[in-house]
Design a protein around this ligand. Structure first.
Ligand code: SF4
Length: 90
């Protein structure tokens, strides 16, 4: 089973309030934007305007974006208890 197939069978209970906050003003100054390439769930996307958009609903709670953002634009926390991803394949 591929990574994408495993991810698709997970279940989510998405909290309406994102558990990760992104300071897009800092993103505007970022030259490398590693979040666009390294988030395994594709939660960070570049809009046609060049802005970085963040979508929390598919987050795997891996913590990668917290570590790779060198500008400190990501304020990271786990979702409220009972919300977020329910892994089915570990
Ligand atoms: Fe993506 Fe992982 Fe950050 Fe969630 S915690 S947004 S899956 S890099």
């Amino acid at each position: 089973m591929s990574f994408d197939e495993k991810v698709r069978v997970n279940a989510y209970l998405v909290h309406p309030t994102p558990h990760i906050e992104v300071d897009t003003a800092k993103c505007r100054t970022c030259k490398t934007r590693p979040c666009l390439r390294l988030c395994p769930a594709g939660c960070y996307r570049e809009l046609p305007s060049g802005e970085v958009a963040f979508y929390h609903d598919a987050c795997l709670e891996c913590g990668t974006c917290r570590i790779i953002c060198t500008l400190g634009a990501v304020r990271w926390s786990y979702p409220e208890a009972g919300f977020g991803i329910w892994y089915r394949f570990g």
